[in-house]
Design a protein around this ligand. Sequence first.
Ligand code: HEC
Length: 112
Amino acid sequence: MLAIAGSAQAQDCAPQAFAPCQACHALTPDAGTRPGPQLAGVVGRPVAGDPGFDYSPALRTARDRGDVWTRDRLDTFLSDPEAMYPGLWMGSPPIRDANLRSALLCVLERGR
Ligand code: HEC
C-alpha cells in the first residue's frame, strides 16, 4: 500500500510508486540495458542526460535548448509527459495524483 494519506509531505518516499517505471527504467547506472534511459541522479540532470541512451528528437531538442530536470519540471512532466514533450517515445500514462507524484519524486531524488 502507498502510505501517502491526505497530509502527504514531499519527504514521503514510496518505492512502490516506481514499480510501473521499473520495466523501462533503472535507478542505478549499472542495471543493464532497458527500454528507457537510466534515471540515476535524474533530479538536477539535463534532459536527455543518459549518454548511453538514444533519445527521441523531442528530448534531444529539449536538451539542446538547456532544459534541466528540476523537481518542478519532473512533477509537471509526470502529470502529462506528452503535453510537455510532444512526440516523446515514452509509453507511460499521465500520473494525475499529486500525492503519488510527490512520493515518486522522493524516490527519484533518493535513487532507490
Ligand atoms: C514503456 C516503457 C516506459 C515506462 C513504463 C516509463 N518510461 Fe520513462 N521513458 C521511457 C523512454 C523510452 C524514455 C525516453 C523517451 C524519449 O527519448 O523520447 C523515457 C524517458 C523518461 C524520462 C526522461 C529521462 C531523461 O534522461 O531525460 C523520465 C524522467 C522518465 N522517463 C520517468 C519515468 C517514470 C517516473 C516512469 C514511471 C511512472 C516512467 N518513466 C515509465 C520509457 C518508459
